[in-house]
Design a protein around this ligand. Structure first.
Ligand SMILES: [Zn+2]
Length: 163
C-alpha cells in the first residue's frame, strides 16, 4: 500500500485518471500529429483546477529527480520527486514556478512550487490547473510498468491518503 499525504484535499478536480473523453480525443490528435502527451489515450494523472500562484505541497517524502521546463510537450514547468522507500514517484506539470532543485530532499507537506497555466495548447482548454501523477519506479528512479508507470492515485486497493 502506498501512503500519500492528503495535500490536495481542498482543490477542485477538473480531470480524473483514466480513459477520459478528453484523453481519447487527444489520442486521435496524437495519432495525427505525433505529440507525445496523451499518447496512451489515457489521462495518466489528476488535474486540479486552482488559481495561478497556489502553493503546492508534496504528498511524499522524496528526492527531486527532475526540475524542468519542457515547453514543447505540453508539460510546462515540471518536477518529479521520487520516494525510494515506497518506490513511487510524484510528477507535477504546468507549474508557474517551482522552488526546488535536483537532489533536494523533500518532506511530505513541504511546498515545492506554485500552480500555473503552463500546459500546452493541446491540454484541456489550458485553463489554470496543475497535473499530479503517481508512478511506480525502480530503485534507480526509473518509471516501470504500463503507461510509464502511472497508476490511479484514487485506486483504494493501491493508495491510501492520510492527513
Ligand atoms: Zn493532466
Amino acid at each position: 500500500m502506498i501512503t500519500l499525504k492528503n495535500v490536495f484535499k481542498d482543490f477542485r478536480i477538473t480531470q480524473y485518471y483514466g480513459w477520459t473523453p478528453f484523453a481519447l480525443k487527444m489520442k486521435k490528435r496524437y495519432e495525427e500529429t505525433g505529440k507525445q502527451l496523451y499518447k496512451y489515450g489515457k489521462h495518466t494523472g489528476i488535474d486540479y483546477g486552482v488559481i495561478i500562484g497556489t502553493e503546492l505541497k508534496s504528498p511524499i517524502n522524496g528526492i527531486v529527480v527532475l526540475d524542468d521546463d519542457i515547453n514543447d510537450s505540453g508539460r510546462g514547468i515540471a518536477i518529479s520527486i521520487c520516494d525510494f522507500k515506497q518506490l513511487v514517484g510524484c510528477r507535477f506539470y504546468h507549474f508557474s514556478a517551482n522552488i526546488v532543485d535536483i537532489n533536494f530532499a523533500i518532506t511530505a507537506g513541504e511546498i515545492v512550487g506554485f500552480s500555473g497555466k503552463t500546459a500546452g495548447k493541446l491540454t484541456i482548454g489550458n485553463t489554470p490547473h496543475f497535473h499530479f501523477e503517481l508512478v511506480r519506479i525502480d530503485k534507480t528512479g526509473r518509471a516501470i510498468g504500463l503507461y510509464n508507470g502511472a497508476i490511479d492515485p484514487f485506486n483504494t486497493r493501491l493508495v491510501r491518503w492520510v492527513a
